[in-house]
Design a protein around this ligand. Structure first.
Ligand code: DAH
Length: 337
């Protein structure tokens, strides 16, 4: 037997073993039940008695060598394994980035923007006004009689006796006229508040866009033209418009404006409740008392005004059947737009 080559292969095999499994294989190869060193020790009884001490010494030295090397290597392997548990591979900066959930504009904001753009294109500019309003601007200056039912606590959120949450965007008309002289052509947009019983088509908070045009010789024909242009831009050139007589304190004459149903073109369907027409806004010629409240001479100036619900426009346009969805913050709803 070549002791030298056996010793070499022990050293090589153990130093090559780079995993716990490979090391175990090496141990079995030399020290297992059928291992080469084990065989050497076992076969001592077959050699002549004079050679036994020498062979025994060699076999024991090899056994100790193997055991020592195995222990060293095991310790070394354990150390690198522990280190590798704390090791984080370098990040690959070239991998595509993970796309997080991204927000987008609320459907009402989108609708307000769309409506504003149409009015800007028609020569209107935007006028500001507060949500918390004086009763004077919300009612009195707009020619609401003192006993008008909409002043009632049932409809209006009062903050104090003469401060309230505006029930419509019309007070912006008064504020703007107080500070500006005709000609003027403005829209006001924003949230309005009513003490409503909430259901599918009534919310306590909703949104309006108001329009006002004042100059010399503004006529009902001018109103009809602007309303028609606006509605046709929004719902298509084939849309027809009709004015139905109505009452608003701040306009005379006043009208409610209907348009032909965009879904059936006026034939009657489930969207318009089979009537072919959809109510879209209120409008009228500015009442002389409103002009007097802001110091305009009603003999010199005339004007028209209109107001429409943004929520309602969005509901019609996108087939939304419950106004409460707009402020419900339900992602399943919001993500559709
Ligand atoms: N302010 C009315 C409302 O909230 C809407 C309205 C109707 C506004 C006619 C107007 C108008 O400017 O002329 O119901």
């Amino acid at each position: 037997m070549d002791v030298e080559s056996l010793e070499q292969s022990i050293q090589q095999d153990i130093s090559k073993a780079n995993s716990v499994e490979a090391l175990e294989e090496a141990r079995i190869r030399y020290l297992g039940r059928k291992g080469r060193i084990t065989a050497l020790l076992r076969n001592i009884k077959d050699v002549p008695p004079t050679e036994r001490p020498q062979i025994g010494a060699v076999a024991n030295r090899l056994k100790q060598l193997a055991e020592g090397l195995l222990e060293q290597k095991t310790t070394a392997l354990r150390a690198t394994q522990t280190a590798s548990r704390f090791y984080t591979p370098p990040r690959d900066a070239t991998l595509p980035a993970h796309e997080g959930a991204r927000g987008h504009r609320h459907i009402l904001s989108q609708t307000v923007s769309e409506l504003k753009e149409i009015f800007f294109g028609m020569g209107y500019s935007l006028a500001p006004g507060p949500d918390v309003e004086l009763e004077y601007y919300n009612f009195q200056a707009l020619n609401f009689p003192d006993e008008h039912p909409s002043r009632d606590l049932q409809d209006t959120f009062y903050v104090t006796d003469d401060i309230l949450l505006r029930t419509h965007t019309s007070p912006v008309q008064i504020r703007f006229m107080e500070n500006n002289k005709p000609p003027l052509k403005i829209i006001a947009a924003g949230r309005v508040y009513r003490n409503e019983t909430i259901d599918q088509s009534h919310a306590a908070e909703f949104h309006q866009i108001e329009g006002l045009y004042v100059d010399n010789n503004v006529s009902l024909a001018d109103l009809k033209k602007d309303v028609e242009v606006f509605i046709q831009q929004l719902f298509g050139a084939k849309t027809k418009v009709r004015f139905r007589p109505h009452f608003f304190p701040f306009t005379e004459p006043s009208a409610e404006v209907d348009m032909t149903c965009f879904a059936c073109n006026g034939a009657g369907c489930s969207v318009c409740g089979q009537v072919g027409w959809i109510e879209i806004m209120g409008a009228g010629m500015v009442h002389p008392n409103v002009f007097r409240a802001v110091g305009y001479d009603p003999e010199v100036y005339s004007g028209f005004a209109f107001g429409l619900g943004v929520d309602r426009v969005a509901m019609i346009k996108y087939g939304i059947d419950d106004i409460r969805l707009f402020l419900s913050n339900d992602f399943r709803f919001l993500e559709q737009f």
